[in-house]
Design a protein around this ligand. Structure first.
Ligand SMILES: [Zn+2]
Ligand SMILES: [Zn+2]
Length: 285
């Protein structure tokens, strides 16, 4: 798979946010692996202090470094500049006009924060100790309420904005392991997830299969299989990204991701080209 010119990655984080390596390093790795396209999606600046996002002033450097990466690949594959923009209700949204100082080829819209009863923004996708803190400080230990707010935020984002790509649709499963915090087969969870699926289908965005947690040693892919099946059955366009935080993880977990898509009857995955989004056949194993 890694030398097959049918895979791409549009969800990557370099050292300008919380990743390692420069955009040019990703570009070299993409050429080595024979990727068909590469996109940068650093975490967009936020209006409150967070150490894993870019600063507003860092956006011009991001553009410059991406331009350097384009020179490095020297036409061997198309390289695109995007942002992973958070949706925090009433504060920040994956809106095309959110960062006018940078020219963007695409936007990934993601939810990383919930609030609950806290007077601060708490992360849903951090390591386990951070998740426990979110659960405790915002929700007094009520995981159902935490999950409910996360999914409500996703729905609200999809109702009001048009990101090109929906990031890690059910990232709230990250620390749930074998249903440690909530029963992922419970009727309330399935019904909340289904309404997110419906919202994604109505929105028309591409939904990514995100393998980022695999590189962090967790046996989780977003979305889980039944959610992927529901998305595919509604004709939602799917893509595969590794949410790479290191250049050597550009295609980490891709075999599992494509196997997941095949298993739910998905025949194509979507990539960005210089003439817009288009599909490539997934093919047989
Ligand atoms: Zn993310
Ligand atoms: Zn990401």
């Amino acid at each position: 798979m890694s030398t097959d010119r049918t895979v791409a990655n549009f969800h990557t984080h370099c050292y300008l946010c919380d990743g390692e390596g420069a955009p040019a390093d990703y570009a070299r790795a993409a050429v080595e692996r024979g990727l068909v396209a590469l996109g940068f999606s650093s975490h967009a600046p936020l209006p409150f202090p967070v150490d894993w996002v870019m600063t507003r002033g860092g956006l011009s450097r991001y553009s410059e470094e991406a331009a350097r990466a384009v020179r490095v690949v020297d036409g061997k594959l198309p390289v695109f500049v995007g942002l992973e923009i958070d949706y925090v209700p009433d504060l920040v949204a994956p809106d095309g006009d959110a960062f006018p100082e940078i020219e963007l080829d695409y936007i990934i819209g993601s939810v990383h924060f919930v609030r609950g009863d806290a007077d601060e923004y708490l992360t849903v996708d951090g390591p386990i100790d951070e998740f426990l803190e979110t659960l405790d400080r915002g929700f007094s230990g009520d995981a159902k309420a935490l999950v409910g707010e996360y999914l409500a935020n996703i729905r609200s984002m999809l109702t009001n904005y048009r990101p090109d790509v929906l990031g890690h649709i059910d990232v709230v499963r990250k620390n749930n392991g074998e249903d440690r915090f909530f029963d992922s087969s419970a009727r309330w969870y399935r019904s909340e997830m289904m309404s997110v699926v419906e919202a994604a289908a109505k929105n028309g965005c591409i939904v990514e299969v995100n393998t980022g947690a695999l590189a962090r040693g967790k046996n989780v892919i977003y979305p889980e299989r039944w959610v992927a099946r529901e998305l595919v059955s509604r004709g939602v366009r799917m893509m595969v990204n590794s949410d790479a935080h290191r250049p050597d993880r550009l295609t980490f977990g891709y075999e599992e991701a494509f196997a997941l898509l095949r298993s739910v009857g998905c025949r194509d995955h979507w990539i960005l080209t210089h003439s817009g989004w288009r599909s490539l056949p997934i093919g047989d194993e």
